[in-house]
Design a protein around this ligand. Structure first.
Ligand SMILES: *Cc1c(COP(=O)(O)O)cnc(C)c1O
Length: 385
């Protein structure tokens, strides 16, 4: 049997299924139905309701963030986080080319431009060394801020914890502090991931989580801004809720703002899901360990959690020998009804970002030709007899 066929039968055995096996499917075996029906019966399905507050508190408590603000999706959470961090028209924002397009879209939607620095092979996320070299070579500090040689201000650095594997966020934070740049974490994929025992998304004043249908827990659509203080959270809440000044009947809004709030209906689903997060994390770790031992001594290198980190193993990944090997694996697994996927096309190759300023990107380019994601849904628990 070839290595690929062995992998296919391993996945089928693990999920005990001969049907199509998706990359990441949600399941709802807890109190989700109960809470969602509760919102229907109460009629509070929309912008008012207790589940939003409850879900925000549960996420803040789990992550250790001072406070959290729910949003309509993860992209809106990122948009808000960057806005709150002070990103404005004409600024540059440094991020990694190996990310989902939302990271760069929100930078551009704010009138800023993404600048790309390379990732590290061991974390798949931003390299602190490459960030530092870029800043040393192309930027200078003035009045406590950092400016690119072109004159644009470097308003923020946005690393992303790829597939849930934490970047070396403390090193990146140190570089940012030295150059006077604000750090914002794209933690959309890393709920349940810790770096040196501290939850991802709590190393910056603002960070974004996503609860899209394919993430570790879902609200259907939804996101959250993690904030480093109660005061920042209150301002964030204000800006995501049309900046309406509370009043029994008057409509008064005191600044330009967004309508990014999460509906109560979605928050109810989230409250049902987060009760199961610990169990999901344990099951995902079990699946990752099973992949790792299955793939030992093969030509597929399993991506395991980086040093000093505890990954949520949201999406399992392997690194192939080369692009040809990757394409063969993708074709054979998908033909066999076992869904696998390559990583995103690198951001600096997309039409809207092709003129972006980039540092050397050789590790990102090398990885993008070789990464394949494997089915990573948590195994559905056996029905009670
Ligand atoms: C999922 C994701 C987002 C956006 O989340 P949505 O809820 O789909 O808007 C942003 N960044 C990354 C890296 C993601 O994986």
């Amino acid at each position: 049997m070839t290595a690929t066929n062995r992998l296919i039968s391993f996945v089928r055995d693990y999920y005990q299924s001969n049907a199509f096996i998706p990359l990441h499917a949600p399941h709802f075996n807890g109190n989700e139905k109960h809470y969602v029906v509760d919102t229907l019966e109460s009629t509070f399905v929309s912008s008012v309701g207790a589940y939003v507050d409850k879900f925000e508190q549960q996420v803040a408590e789990f992550t250790g963030a001072a406070s959290a603000v729910a949003t309509v999706n993860g992209t809106a959470a990122l948009h808000t986080a960057l806005y709150m961090a002070g990103v404005r028209e004409g600024d540059f924002v440094i991020t990694q080319p190996l990310t989902f397009v939302a990271t760069c879209n929100v930078i551009a939607q704010l009138g800023a431009q993404p600048v790309f620095v390379d990732v590290e092979r061991s974390t798949l996320g931003m390299s602190a060394n490459k960030l530092e070299s870029f800043l040393n070579e192309q930027c200078e500090q003035r009045d406590g801020q950092c400016y690119h040689h072109s004159g644009a201000r470097i308003a923020a650095v946005v690393p992303m914890h790829t597939f849930g594997h934490p970047v070396r966020i403390d090193e990146i934070a140190q570089v940012c502090a030295r150059f006077g740049i604000t750090l914002v974490e794209d933690a959309a994929e890393s709920l349940g991931s810790f770096y040196k025992n501290k939850h991802t998304g709590t190393f910056s004043d603002f960070a974004a989580l996503s609860f899209n249908g394919n993430k570790i827990i879902t609200t259907g659509g939804g996101g959250m801004v993690l904030c480093a203080s109660e005061e920042l959270a209150q301002k964030t809440k204000h800006i995501t809720t049309t900046a309406k000044v509370p009043h029994p009947y008057e409509f008064y809004h005191d600044e330009l703002a967004f309508n990014f709030r999460m509906p109560n209906l979605n928050a109810a689903l989230g409250c049902g899901q987060i009760e199961q997060l610990i169990e999901y994390l344990a099951q995902k770790r079990g699946l990752a360990q099973a992949y790792q031992s299955e793939l030992e001594n093969t030509d597929l290198e399993f991506v395991s959690e980086p040093m000093d980190a505890q990954s949520n193993y949201w999406l399992n990944a392997v690194i192939c020998r080369d692009k040809k090997h990757r394409d063969e694996l993708l074709t054979q697994t998908n033909q066999a009804g076992v869904m696998t996927r390559p990583v995103w096309q690198l951001m600096h190759t997309l039409p809207m970002f092709q003129n972006a300023i980039c540092g050397p990107l050789d590790v990102s380019i090398w990885l993008a030709e070789r990464i394949v994601n494997l089915p990573s849904s948590v195994p559905v628990p056996k029905e009670a007899p």
